[in-house]
Design a protein around this ligand. Sequence first.
Ligand code: ADP
Ligand code: MG
Length: 484
Amino acid sequence: MSNYDKYEAVIGLEVHAQLLTQSKLFCGDSAAFGAAPNTHISEITLAYPGTLPKLNKEAATLAIRLGLACNCRIERKNYFARKNYFYPDLPKGYQVSQHTTPICVGGHVGIQTATGERNIILNRIHIEEDAGKSIHDADENYTCVDYNRAGVPLVEIVTEPDMHNADEAYAYITELRKLVRYLDVCDGNMEEGSLRCDANVSIRLKGEKNLGIKVEVKNLNSIRNVKKAIEYEIKRMIDIVESGGTIIQQTRSFDAATDTTFAMRDKEEANDYRYFADPDLPPFIITEAEINSIRNAMPALPNALKEKYKTQYGLTEYDASVITDDKETITYYEAIIKECNHYKAAANWLLGPVKSYCNDKGITAAAFPLSAKALASLIQLVEDGQCSFSVASSRLLQAMLETGKTDALAVATTLNLLQNSDGDAIAAWVDEVINNMPDKVAEYRKGKKGLIGLFMGEVKKISKGKADPKMTTQLLTEKLNEKN
Ligand code: ADP
Ligand code: MG
């Protein structure tokens, strides 16, 4: 047993997600990213004396939506608390957060890793406001402050110390990001900072029940970096303990240039933020009716859809998971099967010709130029045996994409791509093939029955794929078995 195998890692993640509201948490300033600095800053954002904040209810709605999707208990009587500290990008001198009453309590997020499926237990999801942004490289002598982000609504999603390796953390954030995007709660963009993750990591000997001293790693701006930072930390901590050292509680930062972490500050003891209920903000009550109406407006969740696709539509695990991987593909798939109920064929088309077209063009399923209705008409044509899959997926699809025409039957008719089930025409092609290949026909008649495939291929070739395969087989077998 290597020294590393003696230890178990314990990981808890804190994720901040910027809510997709139009305006800020407590005033009408725009919450949009990317505007010129200090243009979304009313008196309320700047905390002028005498101004009063007022809750943006949409933020609570989005938080509840996420909480319901994670099976959390929704807190009915909510308070906002002031978390007091001084920072240049915090105009009020305190941050409004939820302290004793997070809006969502408990719950879990289901993940899948190489070792199987499991639920990662959540501690809570609470609402808070974001701070502004200090910009250190805009001026040679001064630090500049942009207050556009101050007061933008966030949720903080906090897990229990429930993960045990970097792969689980990777799977958890991937799943969480998929979920917030799917629910339109957050755009999930880690580079722009609308989804931010801090990783808490400790180690302990296997079998030990007590938690070890943790470090918190910040500045993780991609899912890959979360994984790399955790892997680095676990190894670093085990190496310290194995060489007789002691781990100290620290806040560390990830350096993406070297894939390592470095200490930012040692955490002596918990900061005293002097929390108290914000006297400017009354408690807000969430009613059963409000929770129900949010629940009823929610789309079916990707995991539930995946299960349905497998059990009711007969899709493979792989197909079902690729389709439910993002909202656009789900939406497109659902739209196709509304038009034609060939569930498996629709999945094959989506993951075959449609996906390869999108990959070639570097576009997502949402940007695929054919409407679901048009694609469904194509699928229907093939399923009805009016056009072969190979002709449909190459020539017919191509023609529809080029012309923008949406009725597969009409396009196939114009281009003469319909399969021929007219017996006379097929019989003529069959005769032609038999006449052209006397040697092979003789071999077949001596018992080499496998040659049927060759004849089929020839008929397909000279008919340009239009001969109905069923009728072709039937006529070919008849002719070949005729005694002459
Ligand atoms: P803090 O007060 O330092 O923010 P919290 O108790 O609020 O600590 O926990 C913050 C996050 O750290 C949570 O996700 C929690 O699961 C995780 N965590 C707490 N203790 C440990 C530990 N010993 N090892 C790993 N993660 C931990
Ligand atoms: Mg914390």
